[in-house]
Design a protein around this ligand. Structure first.
Ligand SMILES: *Cc1c(COP(=O)(O)O)cnc(C)c1O
Length: 404
């Protein structure tokens, strides 16, 4: 949106905004955004410095508060999550953080005080779980986990002290979905902000803010970077909520580095083409392995056999890049298959150009008992496949020989 190329973002499609939204060019007239590797920025004079610190004027001061690269990344993400009208009206704001977990933690910690309560969905990313069960209790903040499949559990568990509702959909790794429109109505009727971890879907497949949620958090490490290079995170949503996050982040320091922000901004330019390919490859792979002799069940939001298929079709535009394969033969079968992979990577990340297979029962969730794992939908033979951008027939062939 430079002076050279004035365009109205409201008139542009998501795909175009992802490519074209860009901060004004510097006097060098560069085409691609430059990298601002500077810790601080100079003041014009004493009065300018005073006014900046008094927050009477806006401008760059210090890269823990803001940097042109982090601003650009977050501005673009605001456009994609909330739409150009919300950005123009100023009803939405965002901050960038050094990782997904610093986004999750900031979005929660900025909001709660001792004695407050948080209501969350049970199927959450492992570290988010640890924040609720091991970290927040140290500061007197309690939580409850509601049951995704039982709407009455939200009614039963919400309290006058509930300061926020935190959910993840689709969940990692079980691919459970939550009805965001229903939950947003539930939350808004009680004046409680709904915070959604939108990591698996990205704004291209699902826009929680449009469904009534107050705030979206991201691990940009995953599909937003999409190339397995950097950690990053972001919080985007209602301006008043973000003001609390901004204050908290400014003084506690989870800032995203300029270089990572610059990469992530570039990554957003290819988000839609990458996601289209992730999704079509994932659907093909899911369909291929449904009914396979070595596999008990396949879970993918856009397979009609997914228990929440109708909801997936309603709230997501495609099924995402993650497929869950439940192998016959439990733990041993899972470990055997991993050791036989030749092409696919055995790694802990997801949302990469390269297909990555993970076995949560022997790695990320090995500290839970089998019963605890079962309660969050993680069977002992569950393989999480983050389907990459390879020719999918090559990926299928590798998994076939690993399962043979
Ligand atoms: C990976 C992940 C996170 C944490 O993100 P990091 O960038 O690794 O800190 C949070 N939520 C979900 C759903 C994730 O998959």
């Amino acid at each position: 949106m430079s002076a050279e190329h004035p365009f109205d973002p409201s008139a542009l499609a998501f795909e175009t905004l992802a490519v074209r939204a860009q901060h004004p060019v510097s006097p060098e007239r560069e085409h691609s955004v430059p990298l601002y590797l500077t810790s601080s920025f100079r003041f014009d004079d004493a009065e300018h410095a005073r006014a900046l610190f008094a927050e009477e004027v806006t401008g760059n001061v210090y890269s823990r508060y803001a940097n042109p690269n982090t601003d650009e990344f977050v501005h673009k993400l605001c456009l994609l999550e909330a739409g150009a009208d919300a950005v123009r009206e100023g009803s939405v704001d965002g901050i960038a953080t050094a990782s997904g977990m610093s986004a999750v933690f900031t979005a929660i910690a900025a909001r709660v005080s001792s004695g407050d309560h948080v209501l969350a969905s049970r199927a959450l990313f492992g570290s988010t779980h640890q924040i609720f069960t091991r970290i927040l209790p140290k500061w007197g903040v309690s939580h409850d986990y509601a049951d995704v499949s039982d709407p009455s559990s939200w009614e039963r568990l919400v309290r006058p002290s509930t300061r926020l509702i935190f959910v993840e959909t689709p969940s990692n790794p079980g691919l459970e979905l939550l009805d965001l429109a229903w939950l947003a109505e539930f939350a808004n009727a009680r004046g409680i902000p709904l915070v959604v971890d939108n990591c698996f879907a990205t704004p291209y497949l699902q826009r929680p803010l449009a469904l009534g949620a107050s705030v979206v958090v991201h691990s940009a490490t995953k599909f937003i970077d999409g190339q397995g290079r950097v950690l990053g995170g972001a919080i985007v949503g209602a301006r008043d909520y973000l003001a609390e996050c901004r204050f908290f982040a400014r003084h506690t320091g989870p800032a995203l580095g300029a270089f990572n922000a610059w990469l992530l901004s570039k990554s957003l330019e290819t988000l839609t083409v990458r996601m289209d390919r992730h999704c079509s490859n994932a659907l093909t792979l899911a369909q291929h392995f449904e009914g396979h002799a070595a596999i008990e069940s396949v879970r993918y939001p856009f397979l009609p056999s997914h228990p929440q298929y109708d909801l997936a079709r309603r709230q997501m535009t495609q099924g995402g890049g993650i497929v869950v394969l439940n192998l016959r033969g439990g733990l041993d079968a899972g470990r055997r298959a991993l050791d036989r992979l030749r092409l696919c990577s055995h790694s802990a990340n997801l949302g990469d150009t390269r297909t990555i297979v993970t076995h949560p029962a022997s790695t990320t969730h090995s500290k839970l008992s089998a019963a605890e794992r079962a309660a969050v939908g993680i069977g002992d033979g569950l393989l999480r496949v983050s389907v990459g951008l390879e020719q999918v027939t090559d990926v299928i062939a590798d998994l076939e020989q690993a399962l043979a």
